[in-house]
Ligand binder design. Structure first.
Ligand code: KG4
Ligand code: ZN
Length: 378
């Protein structure tokens, strides 16, 4: 039998362990190879993101095989760097998390296998995370306590693979209110950026399109285009094929008439930003009204995913909600722009609750290229 003092010390140790849990997380669902170390005390000890823009720029979009090769090349270095930056060895890591899905199947395999092998070899608990849930929950890590969204909140996820409006009632309960009927909003940013022949810069095609729209040009050199037609007004669903075709129509016309000048590119980039923003605004307002009509009191809207790093969009969505819901105190909450695009910090944070409840995955768990976020609810 243990002496009382020893029992007390053991309890204290257990509660300390519960209070501070350190996760190494890995992410490779698309074209970024990421590793990060985060603690249950909300400390981001490291955040390594290895971009693959140089590999994919010649193809004009993510080349699946090039992405897998790059992940294989970059993952070991990303893990090493994440531990070095955190000034930890593996003995300081309590659990290993990875992106289980959704995403590109063979890309997901890289982070899944690295995480499973590390966890099995070192006898650490393992948690596989839903990528879009991780985007949605990032704000619970990054927002100061007074601004942290309270359930139920609305989540607008805008990334390269998804456009989703979700009613979020807990960390694992997401109900889809609207989704894209064709392509995802980020994918259209990428295609329009490519059609305008913009250099990708280090941040990729979507960010390049935003930079183009922000170029300071004499107004007489930037053509003004009429607003693009509204998309299924009054309907809770997204569609981006129409915006995409409008841009193509403008481009064909200008190519027939003459050169693709910088001024023209800036004009198209601005018209495109406006069209995308108007659609997101309309659907967000519709969803908020629908919630109110159904007696669901929503006080926060979380906007996340790569496209949510767009400054124009962030400002416009915020002022739209402020002006349409005057006096209702609905706040828009974004992660900082560098945590909107893919990263492993969000994967670590989304795994934390399960680690603390000791709900681990088996080392033989399989990754899932398709995984509906609604299926997270147990
Ligand atoms: O969340 P994310 O990094 O990866 C996926 O889960 O898909 O989102 C990537 C998408 C890409 O389509 C990228 O072009 C877009 O986010 N993106 C942007 C910006 N930065 C990244 N779109 C618009 N403006 C940006 N500044
Ligand atoms: Zn993402």
């Amino acid at each position: 039998m243990l002496a009382t003092g020893k029992v007390l010390r053991l309890r204290l140790l257990q509660s300390t362990w519960r209070r501070c849990f350190t996760v190494l997380a890995l992410e490779s669902s698309a074209d970024d190879t990421c590793a990060a170390v985060v603690t249950s005390e909300r400390k981001i000890l490291s955040n390594v993101v290895v971009k693959q823009n140089e590999e994919h720029a010649p193809y004009g979009g993510i080349h699946p095989l090039a992405a897998v090769h790059a992940h294989h090349r970059n993952m070991p270095g990303a893990i090493r760097a994440a531990l070095n930056d955190a000034q930890l060895s593996m003995s300081g890591i309590d659990g290993i998390a990875f992106t289980r899905g959704p995403g590109m199947h063979s890309c997901l395999a890289v982070c899944a296998n690295a995480a499973k092998n590390l966890a099995a070899a070192l006898d650490k608990p393992l948690v596989g995370v839903h990528h879009m849930q991780a985007h949605a929950l990032t704000v619970l890590l990054t927002s100061p306590e007074s601004e942290r969204p309270q359930f139920p909140f609305l989540t607008l996820l805008i990334s390269g693979g998804h456009t989703l409006l979700l009613l979020t009632t807990s960390q694992t309960s997401f109900r889809t209110l609207a989704a894209a009927v064709d392509q995802a909003v980020g994918r259209v940013f990428d295609k329009v950026s490519r059609a305008l022949e913009l250099p990708w810069s280090t941040r990729g095609p979507g960010a390049a399109l935003e930079e183009c729209s922000n170029l300071d040009m004499p107004p007489e050199e930037v053509p003004l285009f009429p607003q693009f037609p509204p998309v299924q007004p009054g309907k809770l669903s997204f569609s981006f094929d129409g915006v995409h075709s409008e841009v193509h129509r403008l481009l064909e016309r200008i190519k027939r008439e003459g050169a693709l000048t910088i001024g023209f590119k800036v004009g198209v980039a601005r018209a495109f930003h406006e069209a995308i923003t108007v659609q997101l605004e309309e659907k967000l307002v519709l969803a908020l009204r629908q919630c109110a009509k159904n007696g669901i009191s929503v006080r926060h809207v979380v906007v996340s995913g790569g496209v949510a790093s767009n400054g124009f969009l962030r400002n416009r969505l915020r002022s739209c909600v402020q002006s349409k819901f005057l006096g209702e105190q609905i706040s828009l909450v974004y992660p900082p722009p560098y945590l909107c695009t893919d990263n492993a910090v969000m994967i670590a944070w989304a795994s934390m609750d399960r680690f603390l409840r000791q709900e681990h995955d088996n080392y033989s768990i399989e990754h899932l290229s398709k995984w509906n976020i609604e299926d997270l609810q147990t």
